[in-house]
Design a protein around this ligand. Structure first.
Ligand SMILES: Cc1cc2nc3c(=O)[nH]c(=O)nc-3n(C[C@H](O)[C@H](O)[C@H](O)COP(=O)(O)O)c2cc1C
Length: 165
């Protein structure tokens, strides 16, 4: 039986959404059914066998849509294999070492018995919303630090667990 996987994301400027799309694409390539959706748009998990939830990091916290998603769907997530990811650091650190989850995500992992969490590099491009985002860009500290090889490798690991576990 092929697993139907939801990849839900909280994203303000779109870069976490693109990571979620890349994860869903790998899952499909590896034989799962998968779709990436904004966390705020998901009504119920009835149709899904497993979930991957990702959020951009803002001021040391996971994106609010991702946090709300875990709260709202807590009971359904309890019954399904769950993987979490964060996307944030605007430097190469996430490609060089494991960056632990922020405290709220760490607590959610324990509460929901999530299988794994990973932090991917973030991305901040011209046109990003908000005063602080514009300040970061003006100071030259923006850029795209997402490592799609790392993202695809992680997603392939999820597919392997779902296909064989
Ligand atoms: C106002 C603001 C605050 C941020 N705070 C953090 C942070 O606390 N930790 C971190 O690793 N990255 C932080 N970042 C970087 C974002 O997490 C990164 O740009 C991420 O890719 C955004 O995801 P999105 O495009 O899906 O919204 C921040 C960016 C902005 C604009």
């Amino acid at each position: 039986m092929t697993a139907n996987v939801l990849v839900a994301y909280g994203s303000t400027n779109g870069s976490t959404a693109e990571i979620a799309e890349a994860v869903a694409a790998v899952l499909r390539k590896q034989g799962c059914t998968a779709e990436a959706l904004p966390a705020s748009a998901v009504v119920r998990l009835t149709d899904y066998d497993a979930a991957v939830v990702g959020g951009g990091l803002y001021a040391g916290r996971w994106h609010k849509d991702a946090r709300r998603f875990l709260r709202r769907h807590r009971a359904e997530l309890d019954d399904r294999p769950l993987w979490l990811f964060s996307s944030g650091p605007l430097d190469p650190s996430a490609s060089e070492r494991d960056i632990p989850p922020v405290p709220g995500v760490r607590r959610a992992m324990t509460r929901l018995d999530a299988r794994q969490h990973v932090t991917f590099g973030g991305c901040l491009r011209e046109g990003a919303k908000g005063r602080v985002a514009k300040m970061i860009l003006r100071s030259g500290k923006g850029g795209d630090f997402r490592d799609f090889d790392h993202i695809e490798e992680w997603a392939a690991g999820i597919a392997a667990e779902l296909n064989h576990g």
